[in-house]
Design a protein around this ligand. Structure first.
Ligand code: HEC
Length: 135
């Protein structure tokens, strides 16, 4: 398996486990799908190799994902240390960064969709592609 795939899965695992109560930022309808319609079915089929679901990932994998989230991935700048979308850089963005503590949002998304957005970005927003395929 390619390294990029591992990184994406670790990040997804870390996000699923991020918890805490927070008021959502100025997000644009987080329940609406972000992966373009013609790519969505394929993205949804992309499953975690670490377990049936990302939340089954080992503590080591989750710790590694968190380190990337707060470190070289720079995710923390926009999504905030708690993953609630309240990062300092995210405050100036419109639409605002996703609040990963929103359970309703997670219920609407397959982890493969999250991985697709992490890799390709969400068009027209501050969520730019963060990992190219040759990472
Ligand atoms: C420059 C600010 C910024 C950075 C850095 C950033 N994001 Fe985002 N992110 C956003 C914004 C803004 C959105 C909301 C996009 C939208 O509404 O379509 C978002 C949305 C998302 C989503 C939700 C996708 C969906 O289906 O709704 C995921 C997952 C995500 N980001 C993961 C990450 C990860 C992981 C990193 C680090 C590798 C990261 N982001 C770095 C700004 C950022």
């Amino acid at each position: 398996m390619k390294f990029s795939m591992k990184v994406l899965v670790m990040l997804t695992a870390a996000m699923f486990l991020t918890s805490g109560l927070a008021i959502a930022g100025p997000e644009k309808d987080p329940l609406k799908a972000r992966v373009p319609a013609d790519k969505r079915a394929k993205a949804k089929k992309n499953k975690s190799p670490y377990g049936k679901k990302s939340k089954d990932a080992s503590p080591e994998v989750i710790a590694e994902g968190k380190a990337i989230f707060a470190g070289k991935g720079t995710c923390v700048n926009c999504h905030g240390p708690l993953g609630d979308g309240k990062g300092k850089a995210g405050a100036v963005l419109n639409p605002g960064p996703r609040d990963f503590t929103n359970c309703k949002f997670h219920k609407k998304r397959k982890e493969g969709e999250l991985m697709w957005i992490i890799k390709n970005g969400s068009v027209g927003t501050g969520m730019v592609p963060t990992y190219s395929s040759n990472h």
